[in-house]
Write a protein that binds this ligand. Structure first.
Ligand SMILES: O=P(O)(O)OC[C@H]1O[C@H](OP(=O)(O)OP(=O)(O)O)[C@H](O)[C@@H]1O
Ligand SMILES: Nc1ncnc2[nH]cnc12
Length: 176
């Protein structure tokens, strides 16, 4: 008989009242530092993302970089950085958005997008969906073909996927 599948939720710490009172923070640091857990998480993400046959993985600063880079490597894709303000040299295109606990903007270099790329946007976590939708809007503004989005953690109560105009897959869903 096969052993039961490993539940990756055991590696994600839940920290109350961070970064603000009332926010339950899902901390992937504890997953990252667990070699088997992180291997398994990136392998499972790779197997869901490969359905879209991407040529470029777009990662959102900063936890999204950690999540996106191993997928790009495993899939043999290039990687694009969506960065917070003031981090990219040269001309940039940007888009602003609201977070569960604040607001921010994302930037890409003006020449980041080239024709015929199939882009999958990757982040660690989907809460309100503001960040992921800002990334999709920004990439489309730059002329990109966004074929899907993928996250490790989805906070179901915030209904973030409703805010998204692109299909999203998540590895772990939390109801609280
Ligand atoms: O669905 P949303 O409500 O938009 O929230 C999700 C976003 O919030 C977190 O990023 P954060 O801005 O805290 O930055 P970090 O990755 O640098 O920690 C997380 O990594 C997602 O990018
Ligand atoms: N509750 C939460 N935990 C971790 N990252 C987040 N980003 C937005 N909301 C979050």
């Amino acid at each position: 008989m096969n052993p039961p599948p490993i539940d990756l939720k055991q590696y994600i710490r839940e920290i109350p009242d961070f970064p603000k009172p009332g926010i339950l923070f899902y901390d992937i640091s504890s997953l990252l530092k667990h070699p088997d857990g992180w291997q398994l998480a990136t392998a499972r993400m790779t197997s869901v993302v490969c359905q879209w046959n991407p040529t470029l993985i777009a990662g959102i600063e900063s936890r999204g970089f950690l999540t996106a880079a191993p997928l790009a490597t495993r899939l043999g894709c290039g990687m694009l950085m969506l960065r917070k303000p003031g981090k990219l040299p040269g001309k940039t295109i940007s888009h602003s958005y609201n977070l569960e606990y604040g607001s921010d903007s994302l930037h890409i270099q003006h020449d980041a997008i080239t024709p015929n790329q199939r882009i999958v946007v990757v982040d660690d976590l989907l809460a309100t969906g503001g960040t992921l939708q800002a990334a999709v809007t920004l990439l489309k503004k730059a002329g990109a073909d966004v074929v899907g989005c993928a996250v490790m953690v989805e906070l179901m109560a915030l209904n973030g996927r409703k805010a998204l105009e692109t299909e999203v897959v998540s590895l772990l869903q939390y109801d609280d």
